[in-house]
Design a protein around this ligand. Structure first.
Ligand SMILES: CC(C)(COP(=O)(O)OP(=O)(O)OC[C@H]1O[C@@H](n2cnc3c(N)ncnc32)[C@H](O)[C@@H]1OP(=O)(O)O)[C@@H](O)C(=O)NCCC(=O)NCCS
Length: 150
C-alpha cells in the first residue's frame, strides 16, 4: 500500500506514538520510549498516514548480535486491517536483514489472534511457550521465531 510511509522514530513523534500505544496494562510510558530511543542496539520506526502525516503505527526492537527481538508493534485502531502492520513488519525485517540478523524473535499473548496471524503470514513460527508471562490479565506468551534469509 502507498497511503503511508515508514520512517525512523524521532523524539518529536512520542506524543503521537503514545496515542497509538494507548493506556493498556502493558503500555509503555513516555520515559520508556525515551530510553528505547537511546538504546544503542535499538531500532524504532513509525508509519505515518501520507495525507495527514500523523503517526498511525510504530515498532520497536533490539538487535543482539545475529538475533533481533521485536518488542512492540502497534497500529492505531482506525488503521487496522489496511496493511500498515504488514508494511511496518516488512520494514523491520528488511532492517534486520541489512544488519546481518539471522533470527528474529518476539513474544505475543496467546489470545492475540490478530498478531499471531500477522506474524505467521510473514514467516514466523511458534518456538515455545512462556507460561504466565503476562500479567493483567495473566496469560501465556507464545514465543515466535523467524529465520531470516538474505
Ligand atoms: C496486530 C496488528 C499490529 C495488525 O496490524 P494491521 O495493520 O491490522 O495488520 P494488516 O492490515 O497488515 O494485516 C495483515 C494480516 O494479518 C492478519 N490479521 C490482522 N488482523 C487480524 C485479525 N483481527 N484477525 C485475524 N487476522 C488478522 C490477516 O492475515 C491480515 O491480512 P488480511 O487483512 O489480508 O486478511 C494490530 O492488530 C494491532 O496493532 N494490535 C494491537 C497491538 C498488538 O497486539 N501488537 C502485537 C503485539 S506482539
Amino acid at each position: 500500500m502507498s497511503d503511508f510511509l515508514v520512517e525512523a522514530m524521532q523524539i518529536e513523534d512520542l506524543a503521537e506514538v503514545l496515542d497509538v500505544e494507548g493506556g493498556g496494562g502493558a503500555a509503555w510510558t513516555r520515559q520508556q520510549f525515551v530510553e528505547e530511543l537511546q538504546a544503542v542496539h535499538g531500532f524504532q520506526f513509525v508509519a505515518r498516514a501520507a495525507r495527514s502525516q500523523r503517526v498511525m503505527a510504530f515498532a520497536c526492537g533490539r538487535l543482539c548480535g545475529s538475533e533481533a527481538e521485536i518488542l512492540k508493534l502497534a497500529v492505531a485502531l482506525p488503521w487496522r486491517r489496511r496493511g500498515m502492520g504488514s508494511g511496518l513488519l516488512l520494514h523491520v525485517l528488511a532492517h534486520c536483514r541489512q544488519e546481518g540478523v539471522a533470527d528474529c524473535f518476539l513474544e505475543v499473548r496467546a489470545s492475540n489472534v490478530a498478531a499471531r496471524v500477522l506474524y505467521e503470514k510473514y514467516g514466523f513460527t511458534e518456538a515455545g511457550l512462556r507460561r504466565s508471562y503476562y500479567v493483567s490479565p495473566r496469560e501465556d506468551a507464545v514465543l515466535m521465531r523467524m529465520r531470516l534469509t538474505r
